[in-house]
Design a protein around this ligand. Structure first.
Ligand code: PGA
Ligand code: ZN
Length: 426
């Protein structure tokens, strides 16, 4: 039973204010969670409530905190914290807007996740176990890890937002981190030798001091090789194009190449990359307003490549249903703060499963020490996890939490889904 609900202002990895909700149960169990924040947000996302005005660039969250400490606390006090679905439904109804802007997506997601943490703590269970419910299978998610940042996370220095790697040849979760650690180190050494080392971008990947997107891809392949791995076989490439950020109505403006191309042109460029580089996953290849482009690209890329929908579906079950029906994309990026509550996040994951899609649980570019999403991935059996690069502690907190969960499971390094369960292994 919930005794108290408190909202507190804390700070995220970009130094901006964000919402932490702390829930205490009768008997003393405490659950707490922090809202993350995106930079390349989809238009269909739950909307964070920000104060605007001068302080902190308009990003302050006093309004959202007042909602947590007022209306939300009044609603939840005395309720059973294990009744997640009912409480989330009540929160959605209390907000009463389609995009959750009245109370704020940030107020709602922090609260919804804190409810789960408190319920698990009350039952003296780790969150992943509480979320797993009757699920018996236990796997750790295969990490996709950023090596170079880009797009909106690096001043549009290159068009592509995430140049990532996936250790497709890893024997277990711990091994996948070891492999990527070597690739990240090798990439840093290569950048240093080429006099291109200029710090890191928002998610901890090296700042993309490249003249073209292709150059970044070449460096990525060289980094994999330098780390002693065979590109594609041991370590493969994954990209988040985040095309909604540089495209509208089927027209795309490539900043680095200073040219405008249409949907077919962008698709052709990306298919060329698929042919030239060992890419196994590509996210938001076309804009969120270009479903037909997505459909054509998904078909052309073929079933062995993950075509991941992020801005395109915004962690919404109904959008996943529509996209699957159309044949646009084949994998869902799952971000709790796009949905606004855990129950809606879970519904999106279930919709993806029902459509035969893979799911990747994902963090945001603005993050904190909060590790809830790792517990969601394990508890819900998601096969993949995306939390940014292999530096900056808001990222490492999550990779490291996976190691702790693997140990708690009594698994040496954390069992991954078999290679044959991934599109590239089939
Ligand atoms: P965001 O970026 O958190 O800035 O939206 C992450 C992503 O696009 O996957
Ligand atoms: Zn994305």
């Amino acid at each position: 039973q919930i005794q108290s609900v408190t909202g507190r202002r804390v700070w995220d990895s970009r130094g901006r204010p964000t919402v932490e909700t702390e829930i205490t149960l009768v008997g003393g169990a405490v659950g707490r969670a922090i809202a993350p924040a995106g930079a390349s947000t989809g238009s269909g996302e739950a909307l964070d409530r920000r104060d605007g005005g001068a302080p902190f660039g308009g990003h302050d969250v006093q309004g959202a905190l007042a909602a947590v400490n007022g209306e939300i606390a009044d609603l939840l006090t005395g309720r059973d914290a294990t009744d997640q679905a009912a409480l989330d439904t009540a929160l959605i109804a209390l907000d009463g807007t389609p995009n959750k802007h009245r109370l704020g997506g940030n107020a709602l997601v922090a609260t919804s996740m804190a409810i789960a943490h408190a319920a698990a703590a009350g039952l003296r269970m780790p969150l992943w176990r509480y979320l797993a419910g009757d699920r018996q299978d236990r796997i750790l998610p295969l990490p996709e890890i950023q090596i170079f940042g880009g797009g909106a996370h690096a001043g549009r220095r290159v068009d592509v937002q995430d140049f990532m790697v996936i250790a497709v040849g890893a024997t277990d979760y711990a091994h996948s981190l070891e492999m990527v650690a070597e690739v990240y180190r090798a990439a840093g050494a290569l950048m240093g030798e080429a006099k291109l080392l200029q710090g890191v971008a928002d998610e901890g990947g090296y700042w993309p001091a490249f003249d073209t997107n292709d150059r970044a891809l070449e460096f990525l392949v060289r980094a994999i090789e330098r780390a002693g791995y065979t590109p594609g076989q041991d370590v493969a490439i994954s990209l988040d194009i985040a095309a909604s950020d540089f495209g509208k109505n089927g027209r795309y403006t490539l900043a680095r190449d200073s040219r405008e191309i249409d949907s077919d042109g962008l698709s052709e460029m990306l298919l060329g990359w698929l042919a030239r580089y060992p890419i196994v996953s590509i996210e938001d290849p076309l804009g969120e307003d270009d479903p037909e482009g997505m459909r054509k690209f998904t078909l052309a890329a073929g079933p062995g490549v993950e075509v991941v929908a992020d801005d395109f579906i915004c962690t919404t079950a109904a959008r996943i249903d529509r996209a699957a029906e159309l044949g646009a994309c084949n994998t869902a990026l799952i971000k709790p703060n796009q949905a606004g509550t855990l129950t809606e996040t879970r519904a999106a994951l279930d919709a993806a499963r029902a459509a035969g899609w893979e799911s990747i649980v994902s963090a945001r570019s603005g993050e904190t020490e909060d590790t809830t999403i790792v517990h969601l991935a394990v508890g819900w059996g998601a096969k993949q996890l995306k939390v940014g690069s292999f530096s900056r502690s808001e990222r490492m907190a999550k990779w490291n939490e996976g190691l702790r969960i693997a140990e708690a499971l009594g698994q040496a390094g954390g069992q991954l889904a078999p290679r044959s369960a991934f599109p590239w292994g089939r």
